[in-house]
Design a protein around this ligand. Structure first.
Ligand SMILES: *Cc1c(COP(=O)(O)O)cnc(C)c1O
Length: 766
């Protein structure tokens, strides 16, 4: 009652509205604020309790948190109550689906950060997230004439009611061309069901000291009068829509410094306020995880701040080494961040000096260890006029981790081999995970209820409980009810696609989903060519599909990534070719779902009959999309890559569909791979590729000449495995449901709760 009264009061006092007549923004803000009031006290208490203890901080340029209203209500036990209350007033809680996602991230890396925050709060582990409160999140994608168009994502236009501005947490960021302020906004990270602790995601916004120059204004120079404020605000204006390489330049560097400096200053403030003045103990209280190289400047900033407070350089560097840990997310050499030394030096001279000194220290100590010159040279932080952020990160981190077993092996053997040879214990594996609360309980309530009916609701907070589903895999009643849940989710997806995009889809087809950022190594091109392969096969009768099949693609391409955008255009082209053939399109469809984001994933994943994870083996560090599908009982059609390998090992190869070259084969084939031969000798492949020749000549040429990602080499294997999966799905539904359930029963290992407990034990010592 109290909660409902609060909602009514906020609407009345702040909006002059009632529940009945409030617009959706007002209603959303009132409900969210009322929920926030509920946790305010507990949140303060958790923060106070943690302030005297060792804790971890997660520094990340991205937190892809998505829509918070439903998950926060769920975790507070208010979701059903709110739905009923709103329904009683003639409203529908689904109206909040109009609220834009907080897409403060690009893809997997940012979503991982969000899942980790959730998991740590659930496990009662003190973990504070630090990042940037981007005004514009990842762009909104629209499709015009089959091509991607980007529009700004002004997610805050609905308000940001869970955020609490902390004007007292305001830090000076010393840029060479003037000081900018970083002001904190805190978001509560609320655990499910009165367990764990309420943690904080602290995001910084940039502010100018002089947002408005009165003298200039009086002189009639209106634009110049506000320039100071605009210059500051530009820092947090937008997320770099680039999830791997080809990042922007100076603004990006300034963004990285902006939030890492603010984070370090905030930690030092907390330390001095709650622990004391003996800064040598800093590393006893703070374990700082660097999510990829974007926050690596924090290392230099900590040393800078410690020496500013009178500590000598050697000690400060030593403290920093015990404070930081670094997660690597890629094996692509072009994605390892580097800065032009001149640019770095002119933008951040005080940090450049420290980097230079660390580099000299490092070279000396490696030399003293007897390491040869060539190797030392490769390991340098400053080399060839560049600042190598990964080298800085590895040198200065207590632990370095990869994100799946294969990825960590590749790091040790290739990408970071020099480092591994000097210190074989530094590089460890910590396989990624996803939160089962958002990625099953929230997004798939029907299946969640079925699971809870059989094994209780412990699985929501205890990942070990998933195993208890194994005995039900062969239970025909459970299988049938699983199938009924899936069917409902498919229908819900079809309804959503019609409402949202006017896309007409049948829930009776097998639904195959490839949803992730668009990247050549992720091989959406393989998915598209596979569809053409099937199309020509069905058309000439050489392939008979066991049931109607719909393949859904959903992916954003980085705006400057030409090949990725061409692949989006190709997917639409393929969809059109098939659509125009009335005969085949009854059996086979390709549909592109625009604007992939967390909320779209929450619709797509529970409805998928098959999870397509097609990356070239050795290139996908882990993947977390694959885990979300598994959790919802969807078999993987994929390569032996990233966490797919561990998924299949846990759930059984017989319950998944693995095809294609292995990572070592890909490695061995590099240099003498001849895609043109495949094209010339296999008629089925030739006719799948030929439609690209005219309108997609660059994709065509790349496939025939280089095919860097081995698309043609894996095309036959992919199509055959897909047909086998479809055959199982259509003709052996009980056996297929058994595979689905076996996947769910093995999904506990891929809970972010497991991952976070490993970080706490092996990496953070918390
Ligand atoms: C999980 C997720 C990803 C990561 O997907 P991968 O298949 O692991 O690349 C990307 N974007 C969104 C919106 C997600 O929810």
């Amino acid at each position: 009652m109290q909660y409902e009264n609060t909602i009514r009061n906020i609407l009345k006092n702040e909006y002059r509205k009632t529940v009945q007549n409030a617009d959706v923004t007002a209603l959303y803000n009132a409900v969210a604020k009322a929920a926030l009031y509920r946790v305010q006290n507990d949140w303060d208490q958790c923060r106070l309790k943690q302030s005297k203890k060792r804790r971890a901080c997660y520094l990340s340029a991205e937190f892809l948190i998505g829509r918070l209203i439903y998950s926060n209500l769920l975790h507070l036990g208010l979701l059903d109550e709110t739905a009923e209350y709103l329904a009683g007033a003639g409203r529908d809680i689904r109206e909040f689906e109009q609220i834009e996602d907080a897409a403060l991230g690009n893809g997997g890396l940012g979503r991982l950060a969000a899942c980790f925050l959730d998991a740590a709060a659930q496990q009662g582990k003190p973990l504070t997230g630090y990042g940037i409160r981007y005004k514009y999140g990842l762009f909104r994608q629209a499709i015009e004439n089959g091509a991607q168009q980007e529009f700004p994502d002004d997610w805050q236009r609905f308000g940001d009611p869970f955020a609490v501005r902390r004007p007292e947490l305001r830090y000076q960021i010393p840029f060479k061309d003037g000081v900018i302020y970083a002001v904190a906004y805190d978001l509560p990270v609320i655990p499910y069901g009165n367990a764990g602790c309420i943690n904080t995601l602290r995001l910084f916004e940039a502010e100018s000291d002089h947002p408005f120059d009165f003298a200039l204004f009086n002189a009639g120079k209106y634009a110049a009068a506000v320039r100071g404020g605009e210059n500051a605000a530009r820092l947090h204006y937008c997320l770099y829509p680039n999830d791997a390489h080809k990042a922007g330049r100076l603004l990006r560097l300034r963004q990285e410094y902006f939030f890492t400096s603010a984070a370090i200053q905030d930690m030092l403030r907390a330390f001095e306020q709650h622990i004391g003045a003996d800064l040598v103990k800093f590393c006893d209280y703070f374990a700082v995880q660097l999510n990829d190289t974007h926050p690596v400047l924090a290392i230099l900033e900590l040393i800078y701040r410690l020496t500013q407070r009178g500590m000598d350089f050697e000690t400060a560097a030593h403290i920093a080494k015990k404070t930081f840990r670094y997660t690597n997310h890629t094996v692509l050499p072009e994605a390892l961040e580097q800065w032009d030394a001149g640019l770095f030096k002119s933008a951040l001279p005080h940090l450049y000096k420290i980097a230079d000194r660390l580099n000299k220290q490092m070279v000396q100590s490696l030399f003293d260890m007897g390491i040869d010159k060539d190797r030392i040279n490769r390991m340098q932080i400053l080399r060839d006029g560049r600042v190598h952020m990964a080298n800085l990160a590895v040198y200065m981190s207590e632990k370095v981790n990869g994100v799946a077993r294969l990825h960590t092996e590749i790091l040790k053997e290739r990408v970071l081999a020099d480092w591994n040879a000097t210190d074989p214990h530094r590089i460890v594996n910590c396989t990624n995970g996803v939160t089962q609360r958002r990625w099953l309980r929230l997004c798939n309530p029907g299946l969640s209820a079925l699971i809870t009916e059989k094994i209780g609701d412990g699985w929501i907070t205890d990942f070990r409980k998933f195993e208890a589903l194994a005995p039900y895999a062969a239970d025909s009643d459970f299988q049938n009810r699983f199938i009924a849940c899936r069917q409902q989710n498919k229908q819900a997806l079809c309804d959503w696609l019609r409402r949202q995009y006017g896309i007409e889809l049948s829930a009776d087809a097998a639904i195959c989903v490839q949803a992730k950022r668009l990247h050549e190594y992720k091989r959406q091109l393989l998915g598209a060519l596979g569809a053409l392969y099937l199309y020509f096969g069905v058309k000439d009768g050489s392939i008979t599909l066991p049931c109607p099949v719909t393949t859904l693609f959903a992916a954003k391409a980085a705006p400057g990534y030409i090949a990725a955008k061409e692949i989006i255009r190709l997917i639409h082209h393929v969809a059109n070719i098939i659509e125009q053939d009335a005969q085949v399109s009854r059996q086979l469809r390709v549909v592109f779902v625009p604007n992939y984001n967390v909320s779209a994933a929450e619709k797509l994943i529970p409805a998928a009959d098959l999870s397509e994870q097609l990356s070239t083996a050795g290139f996908e560090a882990s993947g977390t999309g694959n885990m979300k599908f598994m959790l919802n009982g969807t078999p993987t059609l994929g390569t032996y890559d990233g966490a797919n390998i561990e998924i299949v090992q846990a759930a059984g190869e017989e319950n998944n569909y693995i095809f294609g070259m292995r990572a070592d084969e890909v490695q061995a084939a590099s240099g003498h791979y001849e895609p043109k031969k495949i094209y010339q000798t296999d008629e089925r492949i030739k006719r799948a590729v030929d439609p690209l020749q005219q309108e997609f000549s660059e994709l065509f040429a790349e496939l025939l000449q280089q095919d860097r990602y081995f698309v043609l080499a894996d095309l036959n294997g992919y199509v055959q495995k897909k047909l086998q999966a479809l055959e199982d799905y259509a003709n052996h539904p009980a056996a297929y449901a058994e595979k689905c359930i076996q996947n769910m029963a093995a999904a506990g290992r891929f809970s972010a709760d497991r991952t976070i407990l490993e970080y706490c034990a092996d990496i953070w010592q918390i």
